[in-house]
Design a protein around this ligand. Structure first.
Ligand SMILES: NC(=O)c1ccc[n+]([C@@H]2O[C@H](COP(=O)([O-])OP(=O)(O)OC[C@H]3O[C@@H](n4cnc5c(N)ncnc54)[C@H](O)[C@@H]3O)[C@@H](O)[C@H]2O)c1
Ligand SMILES: [Zn+2]
Length: 362
């Protein structure tokens, strides 16, 4: 088992990556759960696949386990599902010493974390992420949220877990498209912060795609380390944490303009990173070979790198609504070299239009 510590002083916690699988979970739980009652939140898929294994470990550790199962999908990050989980928590008599375990992808993690942050003003929280996106991104950093019908992730908190346990074997059952969506964030981490890891990814993409556990363990370790180091320096996203939004200014706008249905989140981040890199080329920050290297790695991972027919005016309009914007200027995270990005607040709409319109330039 490999361990990364997210050093947030009195709220510091470990991220364990366990190629041994569930047999390493008892050791990881040591000290992470205070009381005796635990509620394990899954969606229907992760319940079917992994609940028994986790329940068995928890019960042999002497804990009382209550399951809570939600329908899979983004629609479950709702007030209705939150209410249902509060009811389950009350029925199970969870108290201040109890713990909520999120066993699933980012939807389960964000919703279960939101319940843990608010039930009785905050109870224990553990993440056992099972999708690649959750393992490299959503389970690290303490952002928890549900959606409002008018805006995604708008009702939430910063609430750090006590522990994160990653079993890379769970990725073997993850559908290919979900695997690729997580890969977009993992590749993003390499491009924003670690050019050596970027070269490693180029050498090892086939092993990762075949879900080789040793390769996955290494990639998870590097990727989580990058996010952990950023979160340590800027937990509440007042500055540095923004670099994690590389690809997201355009990505979010594409998601919103296409009604959150055509592409997965990671697919829009992949396309977003490519076009944002082109903006950086246009500004003379990097050379065009950067775009080629990025596109070729994304394509290898099974991700799209361009938008065919798109309403760019609508996409630009949607960028103006991004909640990351400061003082209504469009904020971009642009690459300034391999493993390096900077935040830019002065990108002109005309420049964006020019780069986006130039679709021959791929
Ligand atoms: N908190 C954060 O910092 C943060 C960061 C990024 C994304 N997010 C959120 O994460 C969510 C997306 O997460 P996601 O992509 O994991 O989606 P998800 O939780 O919906 O999981 C995707 C699908 O994969 C299934 N699944 C999960 N693990 C599996 C496994 N091991 N085997 C088979 N199937 C499995 C799920 O049942 C689901 O159908 C979004 O709501 C997004 O807002 C949060
Ligand atoms: Zn993202």
């Amino acid at each position: 088992m490999q361990t990364i510590t997210v050093d947030l002083k009195d709220r510091a916690y470990p991220i364990h990556i366990a190629p041994e699988g569930w047999e390493a979970l008892p050791g990881a739980l040591d000290g992470a759960i205070k009381g005796e009652k635990v509620m394990v939140v899954c969606d229907e898929n992760t319940h079917r696949l992994y609940y028994e294994a986790v329940k068995t470990v928890l019960e042999s550790g002497g804990y009382t386990v209550n399951p809570a199962v939600i329908p899979p999908g983004e629609a479950s990050k709702s007030f209705e599902q939150a209410q249902a989980l509060y009811t389950k928590a009350l029925e199970a008599n969870l108290d201040r010493s109890s713990t909520i375990v999120a066993l699933g992808g980012g939807v389960v993690g964000d919703l279960a974390g939101f319940i843990a942050a608010t039930y009785m003003r905050g109870i224990g929280f553990i993440q056992i992420p099972t999708s690649l996106l959750a393992q490299v991104d959503s389970s690290v950093g303490g952002k928890v949220a549900i959606n409002h019908p008018l805006a995604k992730n708008i009702i939430g908190a910063f609430y750090q877990p006590r522990m994160v346990f990653i079993n890379p074997h769970t990725l073997k059952t993850l559908p290919q498209r979900e695997f690729a969506t997580g890969m977009a964030e993992l590749i993003k981490h390499a491009f924003i912060a670690d050019s050596e890891f970027l070269s490693w990814l180029e050498q090892n993409m086939e092993a990762l795609l075949s879900r080789d556990v040793q390769a996955l363990t290494h990639a998870l370790y590097r990727s989580c380390s990058i996010k952990a180091r950023v979160v340590e320096q800027d937990e509440k996203e007042s500055g540095l944490r923004m670099i994690l939004n590389f690809g997201h200014t355009i990505g979010h706008a594409i998601e919103s303009a296409t009604g959150y249905s055509k592409y997965t989140h990671g697919e829009t981040v992949a396309i977003g990173m490519v076009y944002e890199s082109k903006i950086a080329v246009h500004r003379g920050l990097i050379g065009h070979e950067y775009v080629e290297r990025l596109s070729s790695l994304l394509e290898k991972a099974g991700l799209p790198t361009r938008l065919e027919a798109a309403d760019w005016d609508l996409i630009i309009e949607r960028m103006a609504y991004d909640k990351k914007n400061v003082d209504s200027r469009i904020v971009f995270v642009l690459p300034t070299g391999y493993g390096k990005v900077e935040v830019f607040k002065d990108v002109a709409t005309d420049d964006i239009k020019q780069v986006l319109a130039d679709r021959q330039n791929t």
